[in-house]
Design a protein around this ligand. Structure first.
Ligand code: RIB
Ligand code: CA
Length: 335
């Protein structure tokens, strides 16, 4: 089977961890490497968490590249919300009820990130690739990809598409206007949206349909493998955290497993049941809508060129069945 070549870019994070398990264990994906970025927690923690997941999945062959600690520009103004929130200076306060904790519930690992930075890995790997060969899957702030694009635009034709988790239009933004990954680094997302690469935006509107419940977590647990048990525990933790902190994920949709839906959409785009090819740009004004993903609509003066396949909905049953089958098949192979 021809596997889809992907590079993941993560701010691991509990839903990132489930996305990583699915990508590393899927027989449909060839993970060329994993980039990390500061976001849910500081980049030292997102990197360590990612290494722990790689070890849990038995995939030390997949290398991890530490990326940007801070966004391109959104934290430069000390009074900005982002400057207050990113990175969390004293770490995540309540590790019991935070949706994303400094350390995932996995044993510490001896695995280390590569010396090369995430941006250097992106540049080297993409420049050596054939045109349209590699799919990028950013599921955190998109700083690393924006840096690589600005460093050398020759990478653009090598990218088959960017399947990102981010953006929102109708569902529960983390601020009055924007979803966390875009809000954390609005300028980075706009650089990608203006670059001309094909973008599929798996937004909160879609991921709000990727909520899993305790029964589904138990079904995963009964698979009996370490990654399946880990995913089950993460789903239960996200349910607990959302209940305890009242939507601590800032999305209003509780235990939506946002990032894993983006991975599913790479190889099964049919999971995205409602999409629209439209123009999409990020508001970079420093007002109330800073970081909002503004979708095109017909209006009097002119319509912006279309540049994004925006996902508005998803099939939650299909998503769970896919995640279950990936973890189940992987467990059978290692049995
Ligand atoms: O808004 C959801 C996104 O923010 C997900 O990627 C989650 O991991 C958090 O980073
Ligand atoms: Ca994430």
């Amino acid at each position: 089977m021809d596997r889809t070549k992907v590079i993941l870019d993560v701010d691991t994070g509990s839903d990132d961890a489930i996305a990583l398990c699915a990508a590393l264990l899927s027989e449909e994906l060839d993970v060329l490497g994993i980039c990390t970025v500061g976001g849910n927690v500081e980049v030292k923690n997102t990197t360590d968490n990612t290494l722990r997941v790689v070890e849990c999945c038995g995939r030390p062959d997949v290398k991890v590249y530490r990326g940007a600690a801070l966004p391109l520009a959104s934290t430069l103004e000390p009074w900005s919300l982002q400057a207050q929130e990113l990175p969390r200076k004293e770490g995540v306060k309540n590790q019991q009820t935070a949706v994303h904790t400094d350390h995932l519930p996995l044993p510490p690992t001896h695995l280390k990130a590569e010396e090369k930075s995430a941006c250097a890995f992106l540049l080297e790997t993409l420049l050596a690739a054939k045109d349209g060969e590699i799919t990028l899957v950013p599921v955190g702030p998109m700083t690393n990809l924006a840096l690589a694009i600005r460093a050398d635009e020759r990478i653009l034709p090598k990218i088959r598409q960017v399947v990102m988790m981010g953006g929102s239009h109708d569902v529960y933004p983390v601020t009055q206007a924007s979803e966390f990954n875009v809000w954390a680094d609005p300028e980075a997302v706009e650089i990608v949206l203006q670059s001309g690469v094909p973008v599929t935006m798996v937004s909160l509107d879609a991921t709000s349909h990727a909520c899993l419940d305790r029964q589904q977590a138990q079904q995963l647990r009964e698979i009996g493998s370490a990654p399946a048990e880990f995913c089950a525990a993460l789903i239960e933790h996200r349910l607990h955290a959302s209940a305890a902190e009242g939507d601590a994920d800032g999305t209003g949709v509780g235990a939506a497993i946002h990032d894993a839906l983006a991975v599913c959409a790479v190889v099964h785009p049919e999971v995205l049941t409602e999409t629209v090819y439209t123009s999409c740009h990020v508001d970079l004004g420093h007002g109330y809508a800073y970081g909002e993903t503004v979708l095109g609509r017909n209006y009097k003066f002119s319509e912006m060129p279309k540049n994004c396949l925006y996902a508005k909905s998803a099939d939650s049953e299909y998503f769970f069945d896919w995640l279950y089958s990936v973890l189940k098949k992987a467990a059978q192979i290692t049995d």
